[in-house]
Design a protein around this ligand. Sequence first.
Ligand SMILES: C[S@@+](CC[C@H](N)C(=O)[O-])C[C@H]1O[C@@H](n2cnc3c(N)ncnc32)[C@H](O)[C@@H]1O
Length: 254
Amino acid sequence: MKKLVRRIVNRIKITLFGHPHMKAVAYNELYLPPFRENQGLSNNETYIQSAIDQIVHLSQHYQFNKDSVVLDFGCGQARLVNGFKTLGTNLGAYYGIDTHLKSINWCKKWISPYGSEFNFGHVAAHNARYNKTAEKLLPLPFDSNKFDLIFLNSVFSHMMTDDVSYYLNEFERTMKNESTLYVTAFVEEDVPDVEDNPDNYLGEAKGTLHRVRFEKKFFLGLFERAGFNVEVFSHQHITRTKQSVIIAKKMVKP
Ligand SMILES: C[S@@+](CC[C@H](N)C(=O)[O-])C[C@H]1O[C@@H](n2cnc3c(N)ncnc32)[C@H](O)[C@@H]1O
């Protein structure tokens, strides 16, 4: 009975005031998500700074310019865009796609109004953690040779090998020659090739695909096989999550 009353009260609140997950926190002329899956990012300054740190690191290997066409794969609530806006980074076009519909709806409501260069799209691809009901992986909804940069923060950390390889091939197809791929993932040496939520690794795991850990040689081999030259491997570069950073260039195709 209590549960039912609570459900009815919640429904009335949502009808009157909107869903809490669709609201935003206004911060320095930006909009930030009020609910963040990663507790380490609950402070607004830390949240923005986490994106700035990645853009600054990436800028040492990729020169952003007015023609840059960027894909943020698994964009979540477009944390990266708030970093770009804070830094005033030059961009031609940004595309954020995600399998999590609520995140994309949030981005369309709060981030799209930043400017016409910011585009968002939902792809109903299967992920056992983020979209269980979708049945299969889906090709990227883009033509070949489109992107100058593809960015993935904490996405391959929630996928097993077959999915990683599938998307690396899709990235290779949709990227221009010599364009840049930036990935964060849990990568270590002297461990099995791949494990979902390995025991005694970086604390308690919450649910399937919380922390997928790859063996370094095995993981970097997947990039090479898909047609990328790995230029940077920085172990546990993201100190907050202990994810490593990989920066790779698409090999030139005749
Ligand atoms: C840990 S969150 C990271 C979000 C964002 N990149 C950030 O840095 O704030 C992982 C994201 O990857 C998305 N994702 C997982 N599998 C995906 C797939 N196959 N296609 C698109 N997005 C996916 C999830 O829905 C989720 O939003």
